[in-house]
Design a protein around this ligand. Structure first.
Ligand code: MN
Length: 437
């Protein structure tokens, strides 16, 4: 578990004024990382940190050598076009860099004049994927989602018997992961509607989103050496938002016996900012398992997990249709949920993924699975919100949706907020649906 220290002090302010504005996603207590360059510049990509409406260019800052020791070595890893080298350095280096950047950016810092020259307005930059993602695994950690989807696909047996014992996952595809702003072309696939004699190849008629949290692995583990649950979070660099676009009609026909394949591997959209576990330290909450349910096997259980294994992270998904965009109407929220309701925690995902000796590597991405909560309106996908496409969602624009239409823009947002603490945000992961090619 990461410690709470002076970098989390809610009284801390920055000389970058926009960071002190109430409701900003990026106050000085956050300091999330991204990979960026000035839009259209063709400049080399490099790492940056968000502060208010600006990005602090870590390659430029590093050239001024404001930090020393471990923090300076961590800063030197940020000249690269990906966060992998920083991720590989491990949690002590991440903490040292966070402390150093917090000192550079706080009000009255002696580095302010030099660092001001390394700021770029976020509105004028383009983002790349934050890391070279070697492997991507998508879990299924929300029991509310698993039960609701299971009911639609298998009314007789919604939750399979292994769910409460195994953190279920499938191996996704890294090549089609894109950063916010991704254009997603409606995929074709094999469909076999109920009652049809034979399947046919056609554009999906049931394109959906999934509201998920992405988990970036920092330091990896050697092959054959599982990560014990008590040390699992030391291997996690930080979190982002993740939309696992899904073609439900393709999925229903192909998913047995080996799980999702083409229904999901055509696109995945993540937010550009990676919020570190250090920044999230004040927003931890207990993880628990209902007493009537099987308790986790010993390799998936830990006192620290019970104490503070969950994260109180609010999530929401909003939809902007082409008609709304044309009228300048704002996106409409479809649902909201909280990551603290997950059945399996981040530490359990890491411990389970590596228990067989599978080696995780810096920059690997884990998806949390769709985060649906226990309440109505807490469904993280249209599949659930519309009861399998039977009950259309009515939008304020007068339009309805069962599944996504061409031109729809889906926006995921996330934030942590608690009385007496600085609110920290994740920015957004947005993607737009283009017509079939
Ligand atoms: Mn998913």
């Amino acid at each position: 578990m990461r410690a709470i220290d002076a970098t989390h002090d809610p009284a801390l302010t920055s000389w970058v004024e926009s960071a002190n504005r109430h409701g900003s996603d990026f106050p000085i207590q956050n300091l999330p990382f991204a990979v960026f360059r000035r839009a259209g510049s063709g400049e080399p990509l490099r790492c940056g940190v968000a502060i208010g409406d600006e990005v602090l260019d870590l390659a430029l800052l590093g050239a001024a050598q404001p930090l020393e020791g471990l923090a300076a070595r961590a800063l030197a890893a940020c000249t690269e076009p990906a966060l992998n080298r920083l991720m590989e350095l491990g949690s002590e280096a991440w903490r040292a860099l966070r402390q150093g950047l917090s000192e550079v950016l706080r009000s009255g810092s002696r580095h302010a004049a030099r660092a001001a020259g390394a700021l770029a307005p976020q509105a004028g930059v383009e983002f790349a994927l934050p890391a070279r993602i070697g492997d991507y695994t998508d879990f299924y950690t929300s029991i509310h989602h698993a039960t609701a989807v299971g009911r639609l696909f298998r009314p007789d047996q919604p939750l399979l018997p292994n769910y409460k014992w195994v953190p279920i996952a499938y191996h996704g595809r890294a090549s089609s992961i894109g950063v916010s702003g991704q254009e997603v072309r409606r995929p074709r696939g094999q469909l076999k509607p109920p009652g049809a004699e034979e399947p046919r190849l056609a554009p999906t008629g049931r394109l959906d989103y999934e509201l998920e949290v992405g988990v970036f692995i920092g330091r990896g583990n050697p092959p054959g050496e599982p990560v014990p649950i008590g040390r699992a979070e030391e291997h996690v660099f930080g979190l982002c938002l993740l939309n696992d676009w899904s073609a439900r009609d393709v999925q229903a026909w192909e998913y047995q016996p080996l799980g999702p394949f083409l229904a999901k591997n055509f696109a995945t959209t993540i937010s550009p900012w990676v919020v570190t576990l250090e920044a999230l330290a004040p927003f931890r909450s207990p993880w628990s398992r209902p007493s009537a349910d099987p308790q986790p096997l010993p390799y998936l259980d830990d006192p620290a997990l019970r104490l503070l294994g969950a994260i109180d992270l609010e999530l929401e998904v909003a939809l902007e249709t082409a008609a709304m965009r044309a009228r300048g109407a704002p996106a409409q929220r479809l649902s909201r949920s909280n990551f603290r309701d997950c059945y399996w925690s981040i530490a359990q995902m890491v411990a389970h993924h590596s228990v067989n000796g599978c080696n995780l590597q810096p920059g690997d991405l884990l998806g949390s699975g769709t985060q649906s909560g226990p309440g109505a309106g807490e469904a993280g996908s249209l599949l659930e919100l519309t009861d399998g496409g039977r009950k259309p969602v009515e939008l304020a624009s007068g339009e309805t949706r069962t599944f996504l239409a061409d031109g729809d823009r889906v926006i995921l947002r996330g934030w942590c907020e608690r009385q007496g603490l600085a609110r920290i945000g994740f920015g957004e992961a947005a993607g737009i649906v283009l017509p079939v090619a």
